[in-house]
Design a protein around this ligand. Structure first.
Ligand code: S3P
Length: 424
């Protein structure tokens, strides 16, 4: 059990954000399908990303550490893995991994931890079947373990039922040798598209938002992974809520498909200054966050999609705001590492906040995290809940007792070290 005391004085100092999780996964998984050698810098050193690194090793890619960087070298031909691939807690590894393995001759088996084995897979299994991959799994492909027999893909048009960067990416990767057109109902994060263009792929975006990939060879690219804006969101909320705070967050990725949390907080009254750095494939910059009073808002539609992973901590911000906040169009939150709607609602109630749960979101009454005794919150299986409720504890009247706080190893292993830095 980890006890977090309420912050009595403002948070201060500067932090460099660890590498972005989505971009780090892709640095291994997409480069694996390219030819040549690549240097990967500022890769997130976390359990989830290690799963993707081990997946590409299992199909014959050489991955070696060189100082703080990774050097990746692809073989002439990717090989069938010798054993089952364990994707741990990582939805990105298993879903993008299916796309990669659809390009590998032979049979691959993918599994994961108890949380991952409950997560829906038909969303990726069905479109990959459409592309020609033979793929199946428990309950006819609904759940992991999954079995992929790759090699025989063909060009097709794919229309996705949900906006999911994981699924879109899996389809694009599976179709390297045959090409594909893919449509999604809303534009999800575009890291894969940026990678493919940098690797020399021919990828067109049509007026209706459809993406067309032409078949071809890709060349491996060096990657400098930006800091993770999803990790920065915990500090944006913490510094906003704890009076007297000023925090500088350096090297934060500012890809516009990922910055919904900044926009939502600014709409609520947060004081966040964005200072962009030199341009790169992925834009980045510094955020300067000063404490401010917040008012309730509505987070739905495109904004909810652009802040999906940050909604648990935005819900904490809403709980401390004046007035009601509505989170809508976020049913996907129910099938993340846990049911984040149910667990965020239950956790906030334990802090004395009124919350109405809805199928696609929640309504949060606001007015403060006012429980008189520190609630016990279990973060089991969900890193973002561990960090969101740690922030709630800091901004609350009585603090929090966190069980399974080590879930942070999935995306931000040094989170509690950074907390010590900004509290002193
Ligand atoms: C991710 C995409 C998002 C996000 C996840 C990482 C990615 O999921 O929630 O944490 O790296 O592609 P979906 O877009 O599949 O919902």
């Amino acid at each position: 059990m980890l006890g977090i005391q309420p912050a009595r004085t403002g948070l201060s100092g500067s932090l460099r954000m660890p590498g972005d999780k989505s971009v780090s996964h892709r640095a291994f998984l997409i480069n694996a399908l390219a030819r040549g050698e690549a240097k990967l810098s500022n890769v997130l050193d976390s359990e989830d990303v290690a799963r993707s690194r081990e997946l590409v090793r299992a199909i014959g890619v050489s991955v070696e550490k060189s100082g703080a960087d990774w050097i990746l070298r692809t073989p002439e031909v990717l090989r069938e893995p010798l054993d089952v691939i364990d994707c741990g807690n990582s939805g990105t590894t298993i879903r993008l991994g299916c796309g990669v393995l659809a390009q590998v001759d032979g049979v691959s088996v993918l599994t994961g931890d108890a949380s991952l084995r409950r997560r829906p897979m038909l969303r990726v299994v069905e479109p990959l079947r459409g592309v020609g991959a033979q793929i199946d799994g428990r309950e006819h492909g609904r759940l992991p373990p999954l079995v992929v027999r790759g090699g025989a893909v063909h060009r097709t048009d794919v229309t996705l039922g949900i906006a999911s960067a994981q699924v879109k990416s899996a389809v694009l990767l599976a179709s390297r040798t045959c090409g594909v057109t893919v449509r999604e109902p809303r534009r999800s994060r575009d890291h894969t598209e940026r990678f493919l263009r940098a690797m020399g792929a021919t990828l067109a975006e049509h007026d209706d938002g459809a993406l067309s990939l032409e078949p071809g060879d890709w060349h491996a690219v060096d990657v400098r992974v930006p800091g993770d804006v999803s990790s920065a969101a915990f500090w944006m909320v913490a510094a906003t809520l704890v009076p007297g705070s000023t925090l500088e967050l350096h090297g934060v990725g500012l890809n516009p498909t990922r910055t919904g949390a900044i926009d939502a907080l600014v709409a609520m009254g947060a004081d966040i200054e964005v200072v962009p750095d030199e341009g790169d494939v992925e834009p980045q910059g510094t955020l300067v966050v000063r404490s401010a009073g917040l008012r309730g808002t509505r987070i739905g539609g495109e904004l909810a999609l652009r802040s999906l992973d940050e909604l648990p901590v935005l819900a904490v911000a809403a709980a401390a705001a004046e007035g009601e906040t509505v989170i809508a169009d976020a049913a996907e939150l129910r099938v993340k590492e846990s049911d984040r709607i149910a667990r965020v609602a239950a956790g906030l109630r334990a802090f004395g906040v009124e919350v109405e749960e809805r199928p696609d979101g929640m309504v949060i009454a606001g007015g403060g995290l006012r429980a008189e005794e520190a609630p016990v919150i279990d973060a089991e299986g969900d890193h973002r809940l561990a960090m969101a409720f740690a922030v709630a504890g800091l901004a609350s009247r009585a603090g929090v007792q966190l069980a399974n706080a080590d879930a942070v190893r999935t995306s931000y292993p040094t989170f509690f070290d950074d907390l010590d830095v900004v509290r002193t």
